[in-house]
Design a protein around this ligand. Structure first.
Ligand SMILES: [Zn+2]
Length: 237
């Protein structure tokens, strides 16, 4: 491939087949020259660039309507490309573009040495594989070290990581990594229970009431101390 062809391919976002491993490689920037990153990653994007994203995505959604042979004169669908574009950029994927939530960390002055638990924080996410809803809850518990965090802030952390394309296992690990870095707890547990609509609305079409996926991350004392782990599981059940 000549260099100009490579640039064309990079500009059009096409994958380039590299000789090693026969692996597909895509360019690290998009057609506008902005860096691209994982579906569940984060790179803050200013408001004016987000509006530009909405405009560009609207055009592409309208093209998709064409491919799916949807009549754009259908009064029920007239503004839907715009609605979809706004929904993905401003709501469902906003955790990719928002800066981290403002958080206050306090010193653990009373030397609290018991589990602190924030139960059932809302998880409203989208699976990276099918772009279908993941809906559930995330419970976080920790044994404080020298720092504690306002409990209401945990729901913001969960929401920030959820509002991206996710797989549940990585969502739990991301939340745990973030809290660990923030307050260095002696023990940390993150338990997510959720329904995956890619398994309910399509594919195996599982029963909505029965299909629940549970993942847990146990760090520090919750990974090694059997009694502490039991206490945690009893408190959150
Ligand atoms: Zn899926």
């Amino acid at each position: 491939m000549r260099i100009s062809e490579q640039q064309d391919a990079a500009a059009s976002g096409e994958a380039e087949k590299l000789p090693h491993n026969g692996e597909l490689r895509f360019p690290p920037v998009n057609s506008l020259g902005y860096p691209v990153f994982d579906t569940n990653g984060n790179m803050p994007v200013p408001d004016e660039e987000r509006l530009q994203m909405v405009q560009l995505a609207e055009v592409k959604f309208a093209e998709l309507f064409d491919i799916l042979r949807i009549d754009r004169n259908d009064p029920n669908a007239t503004n839907t490309p715009r609605r979809l574009a706004k929904m993905w950029v401003m709501e469902l994927y906003k955790g990719r573009f928002d800066p981290p939530p403002a958080l206050t960390v306090f010193p653990n002055r009373k030397k609290v040495d018991e589990l602190v638990i924030s139960k059932n924080n809302t998880v409203m996410s989208v699976c990276s594989h099918h772009w279908q809803t993941i809906s559930g809850t995330c419970t976080v518990g920790y044994l404080p070290g020298d720092k504690v965090i306002g409990l209401s802030k945990i729901s913001r952390i969960v929401d920030w990581f959820s509002r991206r394309g996710q797989i549940q296992e990585e969502l739990g690990e991301q939340i745990a990594d973030y809290i660990e870095e923030l307050i260095q707890p002696k023990a940390l547990g993150v338990v997510i229970k959720s329904r995956h609509y890619c398994m309910i609305a399509r594919g195996v079409t599982e029963d909505e009431d029965k299909s629940v996926m549970i993942t847990s991350v146990m760090r520090g004392g919750l990974g090694t101390d059997f009694n502490l782990r039991n206490e945690f599981l009893k408190l959150i059940s």
